[in-house]
Design a protein around this ligand. Structure first.
Ligand code: NDP
Length: 445
């Protein structure tokens, strides 16, 4: 394989899709060696087949606001690869959503899902709809309009969407309710469902919990634990709150959370009632970060800045893609941060990742570290199929076990001669091999 040649072709075919190019290049560079050692991958043209989604669907989503004014958004579903199981991946509602972002997320999802060891293929979808400031009935009408297009192309053994940015329990509820009405059946066509109607315990916190379980394993490679460590977290959404909760449980101190307009620095730690307060604010759909500083004296709101300037031991970027750049990476390194574990998808730019790795700092990519969310979605699918509910402990134990085994896989495939674990390489190789071998086994389809 020649990475530059493949990338030139990809860029020509998919002009302007910068996030997608970034995600593919990272994977190709890490798997190049393994790929070239296995000539049957090349003869089956595995890379060319992997970088082209199975199908991309875009559709119109018209809806009316509370004043009766009509709006039109664009909806997407990208079914990327189903070699190892039904398509699986979240729906994102955010004004920035476009084909490039969803293709990057769908492509990453193939390898992430493979790493979980569960039978799930890769997909992603969503809309450029902005849920911020919308009423519940507006959100409901939008979700129903989207589902009217989606319901024909998803199914419990075909394609099972879930939440992502802007899509939480409320949106999944509206989407599921309308699916049930259209299809006249109750099946596990979405994950992240409410606990009373087919959801799994632990799913809401699973991505954040899983990220911290993964970081715990990384720290253990250095004989360390979370006890007494200062931790910077970005965002305060689905992923960040679960991470904050678990870090506190393990004895660490979360000192930052953030939003697009700035961050909170609370040297006394963000736990207990502070997390509860944030959760209540989140449910209101309003701005949530700035009010924290008004409620708690120990917290300061630093406007227009990112949390990476604070002196911490561990950083968990949990907000969005490319939110931690090279300059931020140098701030963290200069301040003595020695472990970075991505809760979000691709939050660190390639230059930031390079800066961490060149200093021998522990760095884990989201593909491995945030796989706990989709893994628990896989556990939700299993419970739905068997029509049973596992206890909180049972789900949490399975999640913990999955994260530990993903870590082991990364160490196995990513440890270099000096003993440094390149988690990016390890995750990409482990995720790729399973999918590529499955594609070879199943012939040209
Ligand atoms: P949410 O929408 O619940 O939360 C996102 C959080 O990040 C919000 O607090 C948001 O603030 C904040 N935010 C958004 N943009 C920025 C920015 N530019 N700078 C700082 N903060 C920002 O999303 P999730 O928690 O679900 O997802 C977060 C990340 O994790 C995404 O990359 C997602 O793909 C990934 N992920 C999510 C999974 C899940 O299970 N939910 C599973 C695996 C990965 P505000 O609300 O004020 O805009």
């Amino acid at each position: 394989m020649n990475v530059d040649l493949i990338m030139n072709e990809l860029v020509k075919k998919n002009p302007g899709e910068v996030e997608y190019h970034q995600a593919v290049r990272e994977v190709l560079e890490s798997i190049e060696e393994v790929y070239n050692e296995n000539p049957h991958f090349e003869s089956a043209k595995i890379i060319e087949r992997l970088v082209e989604p199975d199908r991309v669907m875009t559709f119109k989503v018209p809806w009316a606001d509370d004043q009766g004014t009509i709006h039109v958004n664009r909806g997407f579903r990208i079914q990327f690869n189903n070699a190892i199981g039904p398509y699986k991946g979240g729906l994102r509602f955010h004004p920035s959503v476009n084909l490039s972002i969803l293709k990057f997320l769908g492509f990453e999802q193939i390898f992430k899902n493979s790493l979980t060891s569960l039978p799930m293929g890769g997909a992603k979808g969503g809309s450029d709809f902005d849920p911020k400031g919308k009423s519940n009935s507006e959100i409901m009408r939008f979700c129903q309009s989207l589902m009217l297009e989606l319901w024909n192309i998803i199914g419990p053994d075909t394609d099972v969407p879930a939440g992502d940015i802007g899509v939480g329990g409320r949106e999944i509820g509206y989407l599921y309710g309308f699916y049930r009405k259209l299809a006249r059946e109750n099946t596990g066509i979405l994950t992240g469902k409410g606990i009373n109607w087919g959801g799994s315990l632990v799913r809401p916190e699973a991505t954040g919990f899983g990220c911290v379980y993964f970081a715990k394993e990384m720290l253990a490679t250095k004989g360390e634990t979370f006890q007494g460590k200062k931790v910077a977290i970005s965002g305060f959404g689905n992923v960040a709150w679960g991470a904050a909760l678990k870090v506190s449980e393990l004895g660490g101190k979360v000192v930052t959370i953030s939003g697009p307009d700035g961050y909170i620095h609370d040297p006394e730690g963000i736990s207990g009632e502070k997390i509860e307060f944030m959760l209540e604010l989140r449910a209101t759909n309003d701005d949530i970060v700035a009010p924290y500083a008004l409620e708690f004296d120990s917290g300061q709101f630093i406007q227009g800045k990112r949390p990476w300037e604070v002196k911490v031991d561990i950083a968990l970027p949990c907000a969005t893609q490319n939110e931690l750049n090279e300059e931020d990476a140098h701030h963290l390194i200069d301040n003595g941060c020695w472990c970075i574990c991505e809760g979000a998808n691709m939050p660190c730019t390639p230059e930031a990742v390079e800066a961490f790795q060149s200093k021998g700092i522990l760095f884990a990519p989201g593909k491995a570290a945030n796989a706990g969310g989709v893994a628990t979605s896989g556990l939700e699918m299993a419970q739905n199929s068997m029509k049973i509910n596992w206890s909180r402990k049972e789900v949490d134990d399975r999640l913990h076990h999955i994260m530990t085994s993903i870590h082991e896989n990364c160490v196995e495939h990513g440890t270099n001669e000096e003993g440094y674990v390149d988690y990016v390489k390890g995750a990409n190789i482990a995720g790729f091999l399973k999918v590529a071998n499955s594609m070879v086994d199943q012939g040209l389809v």
